[in-house]
Design a protein around this ligand. Sequence first.
Ligand SMILES: O=C(O)CCC(=O)C(=O)O
Ligand SMILES: [Fe+2]
Length: 291
Amino acid sequence: MLEIFATHEWNDAFSDSLRQQAIQNLEHGKILYFPALAFSLLPEEHLFLSPDIADPHAKNVSYHPTLRKLWGVQRLTDAERIQLQSMLDRFSRYAQQLIHALLPHYREQLTLARTSFRPVQISQRKTSYRKDDKRLHVDAFPSAPNQGKRILRVFCNINPQGEDRVWRVGEPFETVANRFIPQLRKPFPGSAFALRLLKITKSYRTLYDHYMLQLHDCMKADDHYQQQAAQQEIRFPPGSTWIVQTDHVSHAAMQGQHVLEQTFYLPVEAMDDASCSPLRILEKILKQPLV
Ligand SMILES: O=C(O)CCC(=O)C(=O)O
Ligand SMILES: [Fe+2]
């Protein structure tokens, strides 16, 4: 389930054989785990380690590193906003360095997406089942269709009180997909156009996006599945980092507070073995093109 790296610098260099192993393991659904890769805060950044800075309506504090736009925050002065932005910017650059060094094969085709900071304790968060990441799921974003692209994420636990980020990791994607496919409904004719027209989605919701969302929702809605599916608890202590393709690895975040995260998108064509992608697996099972 985990491939462990001894790295403790964000700009470390990796041998060809380590890179090869990393890409293969990642594409086959393993988590690349860096138990000694920490992100240090500057003294003035410690004040951000509080749930009070997060807008209660948003799940996370979000930052768009290319547009330099910050949202999902409250009660910050202009100077504090700039400081928080610079902290997220630094994390984003470190995450990019790590991905570029370890997975250079992806570099040209990788899109940098959102950076997030999660200062709210997960175990106490009350939400609808759809938004509840304490339930096993694969990632699919309702308003941001990714049209088949892979979701690659770098997480780093920056908890100052020694609290682990506790995840459950479930079955391989193909097993999950085969189990839920009979329950998935086809989209209503014209619905993707309507969603786009009404600006509910930021881009066209392809069949792939539709089925991934259904899969995400059906997994979360199924109490029996949540308890009975083969799964394993993984604890990520403070000062550790992990890379995971969250569209592929069934996961649930059970406990923890203060994590940083950087998202990237990757076209399946850039993969070493695209047949491992959720897109190609769903296309194989459903016997039709989905994008
Ligand atoms: O915050 C976490 O640890 C992970 C939550 C989650 O499911 C996700 O970001 O996809
Ligand atoms: Fe998730």
